[in-house]
Every structure is written in structure tokens, then in C-alpha cells.
Ligand binder design. Structure first.
Ligand code: DGJ
Length: 745
């Protein structure tokens, strides 16, 4: 990988074996965008790519010329109001009320590796040879506002990570009212826009539409990244599919309000912006103060969507997730939420745990309801002290008993929330986000603690620290069950209220950082009513996320499939739950529930005592199977073969780095009579290797031996389960796993 600077033409060329990213200092000192795509040869001058033309009605920068018009020039980080009418990346309100700024090139530095972003999650390098970083220094001379545009190119993969830092070196206080993390101006608009949207219990459903003139966007103003939209979008060429063609993915490493948008202009150019949502954002930059935007990551591929996803998976698994659990297979857990909800006592918990232990489960997780006066949604949040009526010897005693059984113990918290019926709220009613003198909306009868205040974060830290220090806790589920309203902090002055949403997230990150540093061996799983904070920001602290509150295996096909476009399999919390399912009422067979959950961290969310003996034997076998294959399932290369958004069948596959082992999952939603034959076309195999294949339903049996090229090109025949009447598995919600092992060549 290289970052080349051509002094004469003032051109930057960042490239590795796969991509080139080219920019140039423009005649007006601003930075112009020339190219992002497949690697091209380096040359002295790429100015021809600017396509500067004289256009009617254009607003022009120079008096002697009517060609240089910012509305028609592709830019790196456009500012508001100087002739570019598209949405800006930055807007600065000044003392005199002006919003006009003009950032010009002052210099740059190129360093090996990648500097950390203070207080914010970001991708990282472990060795300087893994990446190079370019920091371009820009300045608005009129107000003395410095801006550092940061670009990291990784040695491997079509990846560019970007962020921006502002420093007020002038004499007046300024207000940033837009400070996006990334802008990319593309020369045409022949793209399909892919977004991952939905609602509670049906997160990250793929939606695709062709770009049209005007703005298309997704975002969140809820204070979390949200169930409704994910901070990840893809632009793909219309002819691109999972296995070939050009696509660019844009991912925002952040957990709060965001905006991701594409704006197609009158001449068919496309501007992509991603960053903190400008609505309601107003960051005061006093003299000498600085502001760091979160990071945005873009990935280019010309090899289709699977390749795009695999690049994100590799980057996020290896260089975003951190710590002890990054490369370790995840424990098979049982969570009591759907088994008991808040109706439990210690005896019931131990009963569930013991049966789980007998089946081979490794970790018991105690969910909501163990603390304070928490017997319903109305009380207790904020009082992180065990309810000894339910747990006579507190968390310490329960954790010890679970450990004595031979299992690890995990615990649920919702650190950012408080119920009015709690000791914490009674002591500090002013600690919630609220506007004095106005009513506050509740969500699930709870209120949001003002995490922009250090004393609030400190107080929650102390309570959690005490429990985690006293009891033997190996796992924490960190939940967040409502969106933010009345986002106002009485602790901040009027001219800083536009900072509260972001300061809140910084407080969340601060608490995560303190807890994960003090307890590096605890496995953290983030959660926000299921998947309302399934974002890269969370993954920096918590290597896995509860994917959705919808535990129905058939619904999960779409949810996990959509999630996989950006996020690795090892990050997806996935459990087998009871039938009929609590969210859908569906009765999916036990093996299908497990087959979907294997493509994730895997666990159970039911009382195994309620299963028949035969089913418990099946569970034991599932756990044995997952223990044998979880490294492959969680860390292998993942392929989407067939999409649940397009048809009745979903196909997934994971393959080991050496191509010696693979597992393919085949899922069919509805059965039918006298169906056509069907095949799964596998990917990524060694064409010359002979694979021994077994098929797994309730039990495992021989399937045959095939060469890799046969399985990829002729296909793996799944029609026994789909076409003939009377065949095994002729039912709705059927699924199979095919396990492939290369025989010694
Ligand atoms: C929402 C989570 O997603 C559930 O798994 C469960 O932990 C509940 N909250 C508990 O209140």
C-alpha cells in the first residue's frame, strides 16, 4: 500500500493492490475528489478527472473564469454556502451569524499505521505495516478554524477509514452544526442503493432501489443507531450481485444519531454523506477547543456483495473488536428471559441452569429482574443491587452456585436507564435527560439517565464495579430499551444543548471503556431491545450483539442475512427458543431453530426442562455439534448463497481458510407439493479437493463424496427435501446442514 503525494500537481494517490483513492488540491485551495475504485496506475497528473466545464447558471468562484463552479466539482469535504447547493459535509455558525466557511489546504502528513481516536471507537492496526494514514491539514483563515481530514488505507482489502478533527485556533467561539465523517462525490449515479431497515423484532431487512435525482437517505434521531435503520448502506452497480460486480459499502462506527444519504445532482453525479445526524446537532467550539468526528469506513469491491461483506467481516472481527474474546469461540449460553421473564426465584433459576448444564451448556445468563424492586417494568432500574427476596445470597451466592455446577455465570444490566420507582431516581430526580418545567416522555416506563454528566456515569460505574468485583461474573448483557426524548441536560448551558446527544454516547463509550479495561475477561454482549444498537461502535467494546428480540428461526433468516452484509457471524447473538415462538406463534422444528442459531454465537432461551426427553437428547447433540464446529461457524469465511428476501429458500455457507472444512445451511420456509428439483451452488471450495459430505437434520448421515468443482458448478442437490412427496422433511420450516470435509489429496 502507498500514499503518493505529487507536489507539482498537488495530487494524493492512495492505493493498494485492489483500490485507488485520488484527490487533488483545487485552484481555490479546497480538496477535490478525483477517483475511488479499482486500482489504476499512478501518474503525475489526474486533473482530467475533474471534468471542469462551463455550465449555464453556475455560481463561479473566480472573477476571471466561469468554469470553476463548486456545484459541479467533486469535492472531498464540501462546506455550506459557497456555490455548492448540495448537502454540505460541514457547516460552521460564526459570531456574526454567517454560516459560510472556506477550508483551504495548508499541508499534510503521512504516517505508518493508524492513530487512535480519543474517546471514540475505531478500527485499529496492530502493526504499522498494516496501514498508512494521510492527514490533510485544512484551515478557514477568516475564523482560524483548523480541520484535519484523516484517511487510512489498509494494506489488504479495498478499505479506506476516514474521520475529521476540528480545532478552533481563532479568537471567537464557533458552532459546528454539521460535521460529517465522510463525503464521497461519485461521477455518475448508475447505482442501486441498499439499506438495512425495519422495526423492533424485524431489524435490518434489505431494501434496494435505484438511485434517482434528489436525496435518498436513512438515519436515526432516536439517540441510538436504531431498529429502524442501520448505519450501513451500499451502492452497487445494477448488474452487480452476490458474486460479481462493483459495490461500495459505507459503514459508520458510531452508536447514536446518524445520517447516511446519497444525493444525485442535475448532472447525474452522486454525493454520499455519512456522519452524525445534523438535525439537532450544534457543537460549540470555544477558542482552543477541538471536536473529533466518529470514524466512517468505506469498502470498494469489484467482486460482488459477498466479497464486500467478507472484507467488512475480516476488518471488524480482527481490527475493530478488541481484547480477550476477539479470537475466542463464544460460550454456549442459556438465557432465562423467554423462560421466565421477570417471574423467577433462585430455585427456578437453578433448576433451569442444572438442566442446561446436563445438556452441555457452558454459561448461564440471568436476565432482567434480579435487582432492586424490579418485579415489573415499572420499578427498579437504576438500583443495581440484588433483590434478596429472590436471590437470598445475592448475585455472589447465585454466581457461586452456578460455578459450582460447572458453568460460568452472566448477568443483565441496563446501565443507562432509571425507573421513577427507584432509589436512584428518588435521590437524583435531576439525573434524567429532561427539560425543567416540561413533562418527559417515558418508554417502557423508564427514563434515560443523563450520561453526558460524568457524575452520573461514575455512579453507575461504581454500582456495576461492586457487583462485578464481588461476584464471579463472566459475561455481561448490556441492554438499552428505549429511545431518547427531551434530550436536554440541565448541567449544560443553553448554547451547548446541541451537544447532548453526542455527549451521551461519549458517556456510554466511557463506561464501556472503564468496565472492559477493569474486567478484560468478561464477555460483553450489547443489546438495545434486541438489535437497536447493532453497530460498529458497540462492537469495539462488546464483541457480540443481541441481534434481535425476534427469536423465531424463520424471521431470523432475514434478520441474520441482512445483518451479515456488514457484521461478522461471530458478532450475532443467536438463540434457540421455544415453540410456539413468543414473537410469531410459529412452530419451527427444533433442528431448524438450531440450524439458524448456529450461524451466530449460539445459545438457548427457554427452559430445557419443558422439552421431552427425546428433544433434550437432540439439544445435547446440537451442543456437541456446535462445540465441534463453532470455530468454523464463527470465524470461517461466510457466504450468502440464496436470499430470504428473494425467495422461499435461504442458503448460507462458511468455509475454513484452508478450504478443508465447510458447512452449508439450507432453509426452506414453506413446503409445497410436487416441487421442482433444487440445488445449492457452493462457493469458495478447492475445486480439486474431494469432499466427504454428511447431512444433518435431527441426526447426521452420509450424503456422498464430491469434488469441489462439482459442488460449485453442478451444485449440491437438495431436492430430496423439496420435491418428492413422502420424503423426510416434507414440512414447512425445514432445513438441513451439509458438513464438508476435504479428504486428503
Ligand atoms: C430487551 C432484550 O432484548 C431482551 O433480550 C431482554 O433482555 C429484555 N430487554 C429484558 O428487559
Amino acid at each position: 500500500m502507498h500514499i503518493v503525494w505529487r507536489e507539482e500537481t498537488k495530487t494524493f494517490h492512495l492505493f493498494n493492490e485492489q483500490i485507488s483513492y485520488i484527490m487533488k488540491v483545487l485552484r481555490n485551495g479546497q480538496l477535490g475528489q478525483l477517483y475511488f475504485g479499482k486500482r489504476v496506475h499512478d501518474r503525475e497528473d489526474f486533473s482530467y478527472l475533474l471534468e471542469i466545464l462551463s455550465r449555464p447558471m453556475a455560481s463561479c468562484t473566480f472573477e476571471d473564469n466561469r468554469e470553476f463552479s463548486l456545484e459541479h466539482i467533486k469535492q472531498e469535504y464540501p462546506s455550506y454556502g459557497t456555490g455548492d447547493y448540495r448537502a454540505p459535509a460541514v457547516e460552521v455558525v460564526q459570531n456574526n451569524g454567517s454560516r459560510i466557511s472556506n477550508f483551504v489546504y495548508k499541508g499534510h502528513t503521512i504516517t505508518e499505521g493508524k492513530p487512535a481516536l480519543e474517546g471514540l471507537p475505531a478500527t485499529y492496526t496492530e502493526d504499522d505495516a498494516e496501514a498508512q494514514t494521510l492527514i490533510v491539514d485544512m484551515e478557514d483563515d477568516v475564523v482560524g478554524l483548523k480541520m484535519k481530514l484523516s484517511y487510512t488505507i489498509f494494506a489488504r482489502g479495498g478499505i479506506i477509514a476516514r474521520s475529521v478533527r476540528f480545532e478552533n485556533a481563532g479568537n471567537e467561539a464557533l458552532h459546528l452544526t454539521a460535521a460529517m465523517s465522510l463525503c464521497l462525490d461519485l461521477p455518475d449515479c448508475n447505482y442501486d442503493w441498499m439499506q438495512f431497515s425495519g422495526a423492533w423484532a424485524r431489524e435490518r431487512q434489505l431494501r434496494v432501489r435505484h438511485l434517482e435525482m434528489g436525496v435518498q437517505s436513512v438515519g436515526s434521531r432516536r439517540g441510538h443507531s436504531s431498529h429502524e435503520h442501520n448505519p450501513f448502506v451500499i451502492l452497487k452497480r445494477p448488474n452487480a450481485d452476490e458474486f460479481q460486480g462493483e459495490a461500495i459499502g459505507f459503514s459508520f462506527v458510531y452508536s447514536g444519531n446518524f445520517l447516511a444519504q446519497a444525493e444525485v445532482g442535475a448532472h447525474n453525479t452522486t454525493r454520499v454523506l455519512i456522519g452524525i445526524h445534523p438535525d439537532g446537532f450544534d457543537w460549540k467550539l470555544g477558542t482552543g477547543e477541538s471536536f473529533q468526528t466518529p470514524e466512517a469506513v468505506m469498502v470498494y469491491t469489484d467482486r460482488g456483495l459477498n466479497d464486500l461483506s467478507q472484507t467488512f467481516h475480516q476488518l471488524y472481527h480482527k481490527r475493530l473488536v478488541r481484547g480477550y474474546w476477539r479470537d475466542r469461540v463464544r460460550p454456549i449460553l442459556i438465557n432465562n428471559w423467554e423462560a421466565t421473564y421477570m417471574d423467577f426465584d433462585e430455585e427456578k433459576i437453578l433448576d433451569i441452569a442444572q438442566r442446561a448444564k446436563d445438556c452441555g451448556v457452558e454459561l448461564f445468563v440471568l436476565d432482567d429482574g434480579w435487582f432492586g424492586a424490579r418485579c415489573s417494568e415499572h420499578a427498579g432500574l437504576g438500583d443495581w443491587v440484588a433483590n434478596t427476596n429472590r436471590l437470598p445470597e445475592g448475585i455472589t451466592g447465585l454466581a457461586r452456585r452456578i460455578e459450582d455446577m460447572g458453568m460460568k455465570f452472566g448477568l443483565w444490566f441496563e446501565p443507562e436507564m432509571v425507573n421513577k420507582d427507584s432509589n436512584l431516581y428518588r435521590a437524583h430526580p435531576d439525573w434524567i435527560l429532561h427539560v425543567p418545567g416540561r413533562p418527559s416522555a417515558h418508554g417502557r416506563f423508564q427514563y434515560v439517565l443523563d450520561f453526558s454528566r460524568k457524575e452520573v456515569v461514575d455512579c453507575i460505574y461504581n454500582m456495576m464495579d461492586k457487583i462485578l468485583s464481588e461476584a464471579k461474573v463472566s459475561y455481561v448483557k448490556w441492554d438499552m430499551n428505549r429511545s431518547i426524548t427531551e434530550c436536554f441536560s440541565p448541567a449544560l448551558p443553553a448554547d451547548r444543548q446541541g451537544e447532548v446527544f453526542h455527549r451521551y454516547i461519549l458517556g456510554v463509550y466511557d463506561l464501556y471503556e472503564r468496565l472492559t479495561s477493569k474486567f478484560p475477561h468478561i464477555l460483553f454482549e450489547s443489546c438495545a431491545s434486541g438489535g437497536a444498537r447493532f453497530d460498529p461502535g458497540m462492537l469495539y467494546y462488546a464483541p457480540q450483539t443481541w441481534t434481535s428480540d425476534d427469536t423465531d428461526a424463520i424471521e431470523r433468516l432475514k434478520i441474520q442475512h441482512g445483518t451479515s452484509y456488514c457484521y461478522p457471524i461471530s458478532s450475532m447473538g443467536s438463540h434457540v427458543s421455544t415453540a410456539p415462538n413468543h414473537q410469531t406463534g410459529r412452530n419451527a422444528p427444533l433442528h431448524t431453530r438450531a440450524n439458524a442459531a448456529y450461524f451466530g454465537t449460539f445459545g438457548y432461551e427457554l427452559d430445557l426442562n419443558t422439552l421431552s426427553e427425546e428433544e433434550q437428547e437432540q439439544v445435547k447433540d446440537q451442543i456437541r455439534f456446535m462445540k465441534e464446529y463453532r470455530h468454523l461457524l464463527q470465524f470461517g469465511t461466510f457466504y450468502r448463497l440464496e436470499s430470504p428476501f428473494e425467495g422461499n429458500v435461504t442458503g448460507w455457507m462458511v468455509i475454513s481458510g484452508d478450504k478443508k472444512e465447510a458447512i452449508a445451511g439450507w432453509f426452506r420456509v414453506l413446503s409445497g407439493a410436487n416441487q421442482p428439483c433444487s440445488r445449492l451452488y457452493l462457493k469458495g471450495l478447492d475445486p480439486d479437493a474431494a469432499y466427504h459430505v454428511t447431512v444433518r437434520r435431527e441426526t447426521e448421515r452420509e450424503f456422498g463424496q464430491f469434488y469441489g468443482d462439482e459442488l460449485m458448478h453442478a451444485g449440491l442437490i437438495t431436492s430430496d427435501a423439496s420435491s418428492s412427496s413422502g420424503a423426510e422433511g416434507l414440512c414447512d420450516f425445514e432445513s438441513r446442514l451439509f458438513i464438508l470435509k476435504a479428504e486428503n489429496k
